[in-house]
Write a protein that binds this ligand. Structure first.
Ligand code: FAS
Ligand code: PHB
Length: 396
């Protein structure tokens, strides 16, 4: 059976970008339909980002989906940079006039947004196959199959929130986009462990064996990452090797101990920096990972996606309230200034903390000097802090 549907904004992708956009549009009285390839369970269980900038947390609370976040989110006021066996705390809050970060899993963000959308009668199709977008510079439509029925959504606009491997960006005619990319010669092995965090705050460690990161999801759940080879097979990392490697990379001269526990999830994430310009074509608007990717070292991917859809939702509201397309025409420009500043910060954090096999002895000494500078100069630490807690959202 084939069904034709109609909405104002068709959204491809039900991750943080797509669900936040749908939620903000509903608050603005704008209809949308979300088309998501995976099941609701998959999207809500997928462990990815964990750090919310204050702006992201504020938006969730101000837009009415922050109740669980307020109860379960962990407010953090600092991070530790560790190298040469010593820890150096960056007091994020003191350096930024009281701003903080919130530790709250991306999957929890998606759960809160999806619950809110469905409770408000929002239309979200999960497990959609054969998703195609058409009419991008004319009358946009989204075709897909769900539960063996083919469907087509006629809409005024399409928001491509379908991530780096989605169908929206590739649907833009060749030559219309310029892409910028840097692929890093390593990946991150990420684990979730059922053990209390060994530190109250995040620890980024730079070690001659490679980078590692200690994070968390709750007082009972630790999240950890290890820099590994880009093509590393997961089976090369049995539990004992993971814990032994982590213990070596986090070791300190005062014998700091990493607590071990059962690993409940593990996965490998490739590392790249990527931007597609412009972030729009005709009536298609790209947001989040569909438009840009940052290495997770700066904890920015999710936050950038939310910043994009905040701009896009305001632009749609202007159009439907006044008929003006001015903000829609300026969407890409309004996002890209911030996107490139976040790309710079994520690249800088990645270069400062990771081991690059091709580095010379000079490169390694320069890298150490970078860490020494950022942990001994208030000006340098303030620059890191203001980026980490989140640059101000550009006036929309
Ligand atoms: P997402 O990729 O989250 O969502 C896109 C959605 O579109 C998905 O649900 C997908 O199923 C759906 N989709 C794809 N193709 C489709 C199609 N053809 N039709 C319909 N739906 C389609 N960032 C951090 O800050 N910290 C981290 O630790 C971190 N870890 C990560 C680990 C992994 C494995 C990955 C891939 C990313 C990680 N990121 C991390 C970045 C990540 O958090 C993204 O920045 C964030 O998910 C961006 O959100 P979206 O733009 O909504 O894209
Ligand atoms: C996480 O908790 O998943 C996390 C934290 C900080 C990062 C990346 C990931 O830079």
């Amino acid at each position: 059976m084939s069904a034709r549907l109609r909405t104002q904004v068709g959204i491809v992708g039900g991750g943080p970008a797509g669900m936040m956009l749908s939620h903000l549009l509903q608050l603005g009285g704008i209809e949308s339909i979300v088309v998501e390839a995976r099941s609701r369970e998959h999207v809500e269980e997928r462990v990815r980002a964990g750090v919310l900038e204050q702006g992201t947390a504020d938006l969730m609370i101000e837009s009415g989906v922050g109740e669980r976040l307020k109860r379960q989110g962990l407010v953090h006021r600092g991070i530790e940079l560790r190298f040469d066996g010593r820890g150096h705390r960056i007091d994020l809050s003191e350096l930024t006039g009281g701003r903080t970060i919130m530790i709250y899993g991306q999957n929890e963000v998606v759960k809160d947004l999806t619950d809110a959308r469905l409770a408000a009668g929002g239309r979200v199709f999960f497990e959609c196959d054969n998703v195609k977008v058409a009419g991008l510079d004319a009358k946009p439509s989204i075709a897909f199959t769900a539960t063996d029925d083919s469907r087509e959504i006629a809409c005024d606009f399409i928001a491509g929130c379908d991530g780096f491997h989605g169908v929206c960006r590739p649907s833009i005619p060749a030559g219309a986009l310029t892409t910028y990319e840097r692929v890093y010669p390593f990946a991150w092995l990420g684990i979730l462990a059922a053990v209390a965090p060994s530190s109250d705050e995040l620890i980024y460690t730079s070690h001659e064996r490679g980078f590692a990161l200690h994070s968390m999801r709750s007082p009972e759940l630790t999240r950890l990452y290890i820099q590994c080879a880009p093509d590393e097979p997961l089976e090369n990392w049995p539990e004992e090797r993971i814990w032994d490697e982590l213990s070596q990379r986090f070791a300190t001269i005062d014998n700091w101990q990493l607590q071990r526990g059962p690993i409940t999830q593990k996965g490998i994430t490739p590392m790249r920096s990527f931007v597609a310009e412009p972030m729009q074509y005709g009536n298609l608007f790209l947001a989040g990972d569909a438009a840009h990717i940052v290495p997770p070292t700066g904890a920015k991917g999710l936050n950038l996606a939310i910043a994009d859809v905040r701009v896009l939702a305001r632009a749609f509201e202007e159009f439907y309230q006044s008929g003006s397309r001015a903000s829609l025409a300026g969407y890409s420009g309004a996002c890209l200034r911030r996107v490139w500043k976040v790309q710079r910060f994520s690249w800088w954090m990645t270069l400062m903390l990771h081991r690059f096999d091709g580095d010379s002895a000079f490169d390694r000494r320069r890298q150490r000097a970078e860490l020494d500078y950022v942990t001994s100069s208030r000006a340098a630490a303030t620059s890191l802090a203001e980026n980490y807690v989140g640059l101000p959202m550009d006036p929309v």
